[in-house]
Design a protein. Sequence first.
Length: 156
Amino acid sequence: MYLVRHAKAGDRSSWSGDDRARPLTGKGRRQAVKVCDQLFPLVSLHPEALLISSPYTRCMQTLEPLAAQLRSAVSADGRLAEGYDRDGALELIASVPNGSVLCSHGDVIPDVMAALQRRTTTILGAPDWRKGTVWVLAREGCDVVEASCWPPPAAD
């Protein structure tokens, strides 16, 4: 399964609206398409796969190109939202079908990965927390046994 940090969004400090509605930038939209291009061949092998996102606009928009390619939909789940307790995200990771893609935030993903590592998940390579990064989580049953990350795609 895959855990994606949302693509590049507008600057938090210059956004005057509700932060939950802050959208992707043009670069972020291009990055989301490239994340889709990386994931589509893999996720399409799993017809039972789900696309689940933080309800924040920027996370939902990150998975929308993939949903369009799969002719599927992105479901919002508050357990992936900013500031949410990692236990909910870990529960979600343990329960979704293989091939599923989850999208969350820069405060959630490092906390989740640290918790997985404490639970004996082997982290391969150096962690990368940048926007657009994809974590590949290998499971045995409900347990994540190995994790590695792909760097964010360039979105010139």
